[in-house]
Design a protein. Structure first.
Length: 286
């Protein structure tokens, strides 16, 4: 019963907080759209990023107040600041990952902007908010669709390049889940993934971002999230059934420009990540 009450309280608080913070965000977004003057757009962009900070801070507040979980934080966070352009790569297991990343990185990097499925624009409040904030909306095409219309290959690339033009205005942190989808044993088997705990990394989106931001990127931050007691669904997380989360982070130089070299770089990164996950799970407390 206590878990259900905790989940209801957390969900209600986050819902109210979302309405509260989306109201000024929508107003600023409207002004920014109607007055396309560079100085005004840049200033409003900074203010809109602060609204993201406010929303994330509110979420972190309720997580701490309700003792929903404990996140083990890495020393690297003390070395980061909000005056740099970052690309954050991470393994992906649950929608909980987004909340964990935002809560942990709050104050250490600029608000995370990430690739979003086109269908999510219809999610109440949040979908339009992400569009106003310049999140890259991408589509997922089947192999049959791509074979029938090869021009679809360029859709996500163009959407990313357009979004990155806005990211050049001020320091930004772009989040990329290299696996492209949430991990599951079925997907791992289907891909014949060589990793014990991960899907095969895809570097297309990362390449688009690196090409578009070019020399502006200061850090590649590789984050590994481990749920020692099993990956929680979002509701399970809010109920407090995930009592401990291991959050590991390392900093790397910008990946190679060549496509094949970049793939080799990602494979090496994923081998290290896979080892860290296995080691963390091996030494988890009973």
């Amino acid at each position: 019963m206590i878990y259900t009450l905790r989940g209801i309280t957390a969900a209600l608080f986050i819902s109210i907080s979302t309405v509260f913070w989306c109201t000024p965000l929508y107003l600023m977004g409207l002004v920014r759209f109607l007055l396309p003057i560079k100085q005004i757009r840049t200033r409003l962009g900074h203010l809109m990023d602060r609204i993201i900070d406010g929303w994330v801070f509110s979420n972190r507040f309720i997580v701490r107040c309700l003792h929903i979980t404990h996140i083990e934080k890495p020393p690297l966070l003390a070395e980061l600041d909000r005056n740099h352009w970052n690309v954050v790569v991470c393994n992906h297991q649950s929608w909980t990952d987004i909340l964990v990343l935002q809560n942990t990185l709050l104050g250490h990097v600029t608000p995370l902007k990430f690739f979003t499925k086109k269908e999510l624009i219809y999610v109440p409040l949040v979908g339009i908010a992400m569009w106003l904030l310049g999140f890259p909306y991408v589509r997922r095409y089947s192999r049959a669709q791509l074979e029938k219309n090869p021009s679809l290959h360029d859709h996500d690339r163009n959407a990313t390049l357009q979004a990155c033009q806005g990211f050049l205005e001020r320091p930004t942190s772009v989040l990329n889940f290299l696996e492209g989808t949430r991990y599951s044993e079925e997907k791992k088997v289907g891909q014949r993934s060589p990793y014990a705990n991960l899907l095969v990394p895809k570097t297309g989106g990362l390449g688009y971002v690196c090409d578009a931001l070019d020399q502006q990127i200061d850090n590649i931050i590789d984050v590994t999230i481990v749920y020692p007691n099993g990956t929680p669904g979002f509701w399970e997380f809010l109920c407090g059934r995930c009592t401990r989360i291991c959050f590991q982070a390392r900093r790397y130089p910008t990946p190679p420009v060549d496509r094949d070299d970049r793939k080799d770089w990602a494979d090496g990164l994923w081998r290290e990540k896979d080892f860290e996950i296995s080691r963390t799970l091996l030494h988890r407390p009973d």
